[in-house]
Design a binder for this molecule. Structure first.
Ligand code: GAP
Length: 467
């Protein structure tokens, strides 16, 4: 997709999100904060529905995965053991002219130079210098050639716990977790002991993670505070190949089930793996607003690294004893890990549709009905009590089962337009005919077809359509 198209699409989606109460830039009245966003009414409804759809597939429908909600603050040694303290860095380059900040590895990638996590900063700078000498290195934002050398930038976000007078002491520093799986590893033993789980089994959780990302205008794709939905599956190493294949199939099916077209997602196989990993694939989605395929979810075979490290650093034996086989071993782990905000962006990107209706352009979010923030809008044709009374009664009945909203403001055309833009699958119009036939008009978001339904049958009608 041409650069202008992706920019235009990004602007359209971000503007709809703000205009219609999905996503706002955080702290806007103070000038905002880069790569931090707040979710408004419709945003949180959509996000919760996506979260619930994930939880349903990962926990509710399975007998081998249990849930967890671990704390954001964890013992600081957790992140030493995991290798994040000291090792979770990005190489940063600044443009001296426009002050934009970039990841050096992303800049080099544009020239086909592939860098991995372990590449020393000196080597990275040698590559940048070479491009500089060849007069190829330019700021992607303003075109200036005045870029700083790369320097190491830690992604870990620090905080402190303890008495305020101790604030500056290094031993009081705690980290805001950079990934949620750390909490799962620390609760592996309690989960086995309390729930008597036998291998193989998984622990799933949804929660906030924090990374001091070097970001460049990607809306909610890459943010500094974000939610992850992660599942860590503990198993005997002999089962890894089989279970890894199983979870790849399961995760792929989930995207199709919620309306993502098969040609809009693909697998990306990581060739350069962390030293403890044996396999890593990403599911990528073809974003209109980002101009191509970008990572959505990672599926990683992590070996016994995590539990071995935490055993070593804590001194607590985290090995598993298989009584049937009389075998003791450190469980291996495979994980599925996806960003919730990134999924919100993916579903919005795929749902955003413009259609010509007569002379006008209709903007409609064609979200899967189960994910749509509001399922039904009840719209009386006039503000007269004879219509608003029955309309509110319908609303009171329907909202017991579905997220429904009532709207009597503005013309019916404008109200339909608003409901289309928030992706409400159905609108119910109460008109003067309703007083005679005890029926209402139900309008379908996607086809705009209208049908007349008896008020007494409405609840069952929507139960059939929406469940
Ligand atoms: N535990 C493994 C892990 O955290 P990751 O590839 O760093 O792996 C997994 O992250 C997923 O989390 C990504 O595929 C993405 O969906 C999401 N994610 C990571 N960093 C993010 C960020 N800064 N903003 C939004 N989502 C992010």
């Amino acid at each position: 997709m041409a650069n202008e198209n992706k920019q235009e699409m990004m602007e359209k989606i971000a503007s709809l999100c703000k205009r219609r109460g999905f996503v706002y830039p955080s702290s806007e009245i103070y000038g905002g904060m880069q790569a931090i966003y707040d979710y408004g009414h419709y945003g949180i409804l959509l996000k919760n529905n996506i979260r619930d759809a994930w939880w349903r597939a990962m926990v509710q429908l399975r007998d081998d995965v249990v849930g967890l909600d671990s704390a954001i603050f964890m013992h600081p040694t957790t992140w030493v053991a995991s290798g994040h303290v000291g090792g979770f860095n990005d190489p940063q380059v600044d443009c001296k002219k426009c002050k934009s900040r970039f990841r050096a590895d992303h800049l080099l990638e544009e020239f086909g130079v592939i860098i991995d996590d372990k590449t020393p900063i000196e080597e990275l700078n040698k590559n940048l210098d070479k491009l500089r000498d060849e007069k190829k290195l330019k700021c992607p934002n303003c075109g200036s050639t005045d870029l700083t050398p790369a320097k190491v930038f830690s992604l870990m976000v620090k905080s402190n716990i303890g008495s305020p007078t101790d604030e500056l002491k290094e031993e009081n520093v705690v980290y805001l977790r950079p990934e949620t799986c750390g909490g799962i590893y620390l609760e592996y033993k309690n989960t086995v002991d309390s729930l008597h789980k036998k291998l193989p089994f998984g622990i799933a959780q949804v929660g906030k993670a924090f990374r001091n990302e070097i970001v460049a205008r990607q809306f909610i794709f890459r943010t500094r505070e974000f939610e992850q939905m992660e599942m860590q599956y503990f198993l005997h190493p002999d089962m890894m190949k089989d279970r890894y294949g199983h979870w790849k199939v399961e995760r792929w099916k989930w995207y199709l089930e919620y309306g993502i077209a098969e040609d809009k997602i693909r697998w990306y196989k990581h060739e350069k793996l962390a030293h403890y990993a044996s396999e890593a694939f990403d599911i990528e989605y073809d974003f209109k607003a980002l101009g191509g395929f970008k990572e959505i979810e990672g599926i990683h075979a992590r070996g016994d690294w995590d539990l071995s490290q935490h055993s070593k650093f804590s001194g607590v034996d985290l090995s598993y004893f298989d009584q049937e086989k009389n075998e003791k071993f450190i469980p291996h782990i495979m994980e599925t890990s996806v960003g919730l905000g990134r999924l919100v962006f993916m579903f919005l990107d795929q749902a955003y549709t413009e259609e010509m209706v007569g002379e006008e352009t209709r903007v409609v979010l064609k979200l899967d009905k189960r994910l749509a923030p509001v399922k039904v809008a009840i719209l009386p044709l006039s503000k007269k009590e004879e219509l608003t009374g029955p309309a509110k009664e319908i609303w009171n009945t329907l909202k017991q089962n579905f997220m429904a909203e009532y709207d009597e403001t503005q013309s019916i055309g404008k109200r339909y337009r608003r409901q289309d833009e928030i992706g409400a699958p159905y609108c119910v119009t109460v008109d003067f005919e309703t007083l005679n036939d005890q029926a209402v008009t139900v309008r379908d978001r996607d086809t705009m077809a209208q049908e007349r339904i008896k008020i007494s049958e409405l609840e069952d009608y929507f139960k059939g359509k929406l469940n």
